[in-house]
Ligand binder design. Sequence first.
Ligand code: AVJ
Length: 317
Amino acid sequence: MDARLAETIESFDDSFARGLSEGLRRAQKEIPCKYFYDAEGSALFEAICALPEYYQTRTEVALLRRHAAEIAGLIGARAEIVEFGAGSARKVRILLDALESPHGYSPIDISGAYLRGVVQRLAADYPRLRLAPLAGDFTLPLQLPALAGAARRAGFFPGGTIGNFTPDAAMALLRRMREMLGGGGLLVGVDLVKDPALLHAAYNDAAGITAAFNKNLLARANRELAADFDLDAFAHYAPYNPKAQRIEMYLVSLKRQSARLPDGMVEFSAGEAIHTEDSHKYSIESFREIAARAGFSPRAVWTDENRLFSLHWLEAR
Ligand code: AVJ
């Protein structure tokens, strides 16, 4: 990996200490869900994706495979793919394999350490692809590294991550992505409303991986910030809220306790919850409306026979 690229990856400070102590000092305690994804959390998320209860990943991967040729035709030749929240970058390989002479790939991910390994493997497998990784928070204004010579830029935002934002914030984020991309299109994966029992199971898996993923926020604070959270004294709680059409994730304190943070103690009463994530679900129509409000023309949409998950191709107006 060249030096400049390594620097882009390493200079990023994700401000976990600040985010954590700010969030835990609010009346409703919270830890922003972007902090799930340190190297450990990214690996736990990969394990979630393979769970029998977590239908999202395998459904989306099947949709990508089934429609890869059509999607590649819509994106066009010599495109630069910009992925928001690249994670393991496994799904983009399906696109890259179907695209005509893909020009470049610009993965953005909040975990620089994780991104580094992912990019090294991609470079080995796609020697002709120009790679421009960026370690950063894609919700903040980012300057995309310039990749000269691409015919067109296409954004890729799979996994249903858009669900982490309220509908208004999702609209604002889509708008910003449209501006970042400077035209072109966006391929986005969106989880759909469905039987709440299926949703509940997907976030409350029998093996307890989602619980470990949730508790990794506290484990990470212990590792990185010398905090002293007692992981056994917090419960993973992830109910579906049908009125807001979202899964809500919490860590609930099982007793009155306190924990040490770099800038002082935090107190928890018995039963007090830390809000750690919302995962909004949409109907195909309600998502297309949000995309239209963000300045996209919603074009093709693909879904599976059980209507579990959807893939949307949006073109910038
Ligand atoms: C990565 C945000 C799509 O909301 O399903 C998985 C994260 N949280 N299990 C989701 C997650 C708990 C995931 N997203």
